[in-house]
Design a protein around this ligand. Structure first.
Ligand code: PLP
Length: 439
């Protein structure tokens, strides 16, 4: 039998770190990654034939669960007609229209292949539209591995304790200002000092890459007001939240109000239904600055790929109110149970929630003061997580292999899958209680 360990050894000989995306390597939780052979519904199966209830959901896209039969059929049908044409297709129009129906401020939509491309394009567009260079981002927000957005970036950058990335030119880093999340005073200070140089403020609609940290009431609206006052654009990154926390993403959850609609929005993950697809949307006059109508260049051989648009369309068609109600409900059940199990085991913690997204922060400071920004997130007792993670894995539950990631539920997490998680939590909490700090 091929084992996970065999494959990881083989992978290490040909793929840097053995993985094509760093957090997959289990670096912060220990042990070797599971190599997945198949996935269906709420479960993934590794090459050794072990099945786990999955709380990664491909890092978000699998809102309906893995390999939903109608999504798979849509992709198979599309594949039979050809894999890629490098020419326009009906599916691209339909998906763009579907995005706009759900999020009307996305008056025009351009499809790309990854969330990174979407945020990269949004930043270039903001710079092209304003003629300014500075980008303001928040510590702990991850927007993909774009040079200018990697500073204090959360996600894998936080998982491995990195300040940013080697290979980002100093000149590029100097064009990014990083401010603490949820701190309106800090961003007001930036605008007071350099407001006329700021092209855009980019923010995760509700951050979920430093663990889940919900925006304080009025925070996003304040960003909208401040950017508008200073002639800068607001870029709302909904790559993770879009079409996951609700039919119109976080913007919809916060009231779907024009008054705080961003100038540009980015979408990814769910919008591609598990295929490589993401999107930039925004005000028509800004979006028309993109080539070929405008001077801001952006392109892609596989942009709007027909298999990806088919998967995205099928997913959004199926993601109705009952899907969101179910995901909200099971997320609530698991979040509450995780908190109860940790309390029963005497582990100080807080469970942060933002819509149906949630994650656990360990430690007395998190428990008493809550976690509202990146400083709070990184100050937690992250060393408790490997023991917690491994105990869950032993019990057949695959959590995200990083304490800085959200736990993703899907429409396929039925009572049976939920029960497996509920049964696993108390023992995992006791493992976290016994964990010792490094050194
Ligand atoms: N923006 C956010 C909020 C994300 O969570 C991610 C990925 O996790 C990205 C952008 C980058 O997307 P991708 O990994 O598809 O490049």
């Amino acid at each position: 039998m091929t084992t996970n360990d065999d494959l990881f050894t083989r992978a290490l000989g040909v793929i840097p770190g053995g993985v094509d995306s760093p957090v997959r390597a289990y670096g912060s939780v220990g042990g070797n990654p599971r190599f997945i052979a198949a996935a269906s519904g709420a479960r993934i199966t590794d090459v050794e034939g072990r099945t786990y209830v999955d709380l990664v959901a491909s890092w978000g896209p699998a809102l309906l669960g893995h390999a939903h039969p109608e999504v798979v059929a849509a992709v198979q049908d599309a594949a039979a007609d050809g894999l890629s044409f490098g020419a326009p297709t009906l599916g691209e129009i339909e998906l763009a229209e579907t995005i706009r129906e759900r999020v009307p401020p996305a008056q025009r939509v351009r499809l790309v292949s990854t969330g990174t491309e979407a945020t990269m394009t949004a930043v270039r567009l903001a710079r092209g539209a304003t003629g300014r260079d500075l980008v303001v981002k928040f510590a702990g927000c991850y927007h993909g591995h774009v040079d200018s957005l990697l500073a204090e970036a959360g996600s894998g950058v936080a998982t491995f304790g990195l300040p940013g990335s080697a290979g980002v030119p100093a000149a590029s880093a100097a064009q990014t200002i990083v401010v603490p999340y949820n701190d309106i005073g800090a961003i007001e200070a930036v605008f007071a000092e350099r407001g006329e140089e700021v092209a855009c403020v980019i923010t995760e609609a509700a951050p979920a890459n430093m663990g889940v940290v919900a925006p304080a009431a009025g925070f996003n609206a304040a960003l909208r007001r401040l950017t508008a006052q200073h002639g800068a654009l607001l870029v709302l990154d909904e790559v993770l939240t879009g079409f996951r926390v609700g039919p119109a993403g976080w913007w919809g959850l916060e009231g779907a109000e024009e008054s705080w609609a961003a100038d540009l929005m980015t979408f990814g993950k769910v919008v591609g239904g598990g295929m490589p697809l993401a999107a930039v949307g925004g005000r028509a006059e800004l979006m028309e600055l993109l080539a070929p109508t405008g001077p801001v260049y952006q392109a892609g051989t596989l942009s709007g790929n027909p298999l990806a648009t088919a998967a995205g369309l099928a997913t959004l068609r199926l993601a109705d109110a009952s899907v969101y109600a179910h995901v909200d409900r099971v997320a609530g059940v698991i979040a509450q149970a995780a908190g109860q199990a940790l309390s029963a085991a005497g582990v100080p913690h807080v469970v942060n929630r933002a819509g149906n997204l949630f994650s656990v922060f360990f430690g007395p400071d998190a428990a008493t003061g809550g976690v509202h920004d990146y400083a709070g997130a990184t100050a937690q007792e992250s060393w408790r997580y490997p023991a917690f993670f491994q105990a869950m894995l032993q019990a057949g539950v695959a959590l995200p292999p990083s304490v800085y990631e959200a736990w993703f539920l899907t429409a396929a997490h039925d009572d049976n899958a939920v029960d497996v998680i509920l049964e696993a939590l108390p023992r995992a909490a006791r493992s976290a209680a016994r964990a010792l700090p490094p050194g």
